[in-house]
Design a protein around this ligand. Structure first.
Ligand SMILES: *C/C=C(C)/C=C/C=C(C)/C=C/C1=C(C)CCCC1(C)C
Length: 238
């Protein structure tokens, strides 16, 4: 079998490689720290570890796929997101639960995240001609999630859940508003006619590479960063 090497100027393959390593390391960290986490926060830290672990497995696969084919692993990218983004919704539910968060709130967040991801997938794959329309619908669901976290139920519950939970929720809300906003940027870069018919990167292969690099950076920031905020909360609050 041919031995596949990562060329030193292949930034796509390189970020898949680093992403795999970072997700693995973060998972080991969260799982091992469970032992000295107070029982009250154990589930939250466990979920942080599950998010990075699921991503590690997908990144390991996507790294190989990209190296062998040179293509963007869109399908498994979305499989990863469809598993991990709802788990991030579970994190919001868990930290506001003691202030009275209901399961209905969790379902609202999960439903909106599924609408966001499924419509994004349509725009990237089966209906690329209408990528702007799908992107706008996906963006609507995204803003609804951001609204719930910044001004809606999540925000008001966090206010009554104690100073540390309120503080952590505020940091996580910034992750959703700024960190998650990197994804539509990748979508715009990679999709033909991405920004209202305007193609930012003209060469289709280069556009798809730019998209993967942006998605890989966003995943590292959002999955590991998000988990670390939960971890910090588990140390500050008892
Ligand atoms: C760990 C993975 C995460 C946090 C993924 C988040 C993904 C998004 C916030 C994606 C959002 C999109 C839009 C808001 C519009 C264009 C299509 C998407 C799916 C890229």
């Amino acid at each position: 079998m041919e031995h596949l090497k990562i060329a030193s100027d292949n930034y796509v393959a390189f970020t898949f490689f680093i992403g795999t390593m970072a997700m693995m390391a973060a998972s080991v960290f969260f799982f091992f720290e469970l032992n000295n986490t107070s029982p009250k926060w154990r589930t939250s830290v466990l979920v942080s570890g599950l998010i990075t672990f699921i991503a590690a497995v997908h990144y390991y696969y996507m790294r190989g796929y990209n190296l062998e084919t040179g293509e963007s692993p869109t399908f498994f990218r979305y499989v990863d997101w469809i598993l991990t983004v709802p788990l991030m919704c579970v994190e919001f539910y868990l930290i506001t639960k003691k202030a009275g968060a209901k399961v209905a709130l969790l379902w609202k967040l999960i439903f909106a995240s599924l609408v966001m991801l499924v419509t994004g997938y349509f725009g990237e794959t089966i209906d690329r001609d209408h990528s702007v329309m799908w992107g706008v619908i996906s963006g609507g669901a995204y803003f609804y999630i951001a609204y719930l976290i910044w001004f809606g139920e999540v925000a008001s519950l966090a206010q009554t859940a104690g100073a540390q939970v309120a503080k952590a929720t505020r940091v996580l809300a910034w992750f959703v508003l700024v960190g998650w906003a990197i994804y539509p940027l990748g979508y715009i870069l990679g999709t033909p006619g991405g920004l209202f018919g305007m193609q930012l990167v003209a060469d289709p292969a280069a556009a798809s590479h730019a998209m993967d690099i942006v998605y890989n950076i966003a995943d590292a920031i959002n999955k590991i960063g998000f988990g670390l905020v939960i971890y910090a909360l588990s140390r500050n609050e008892d």
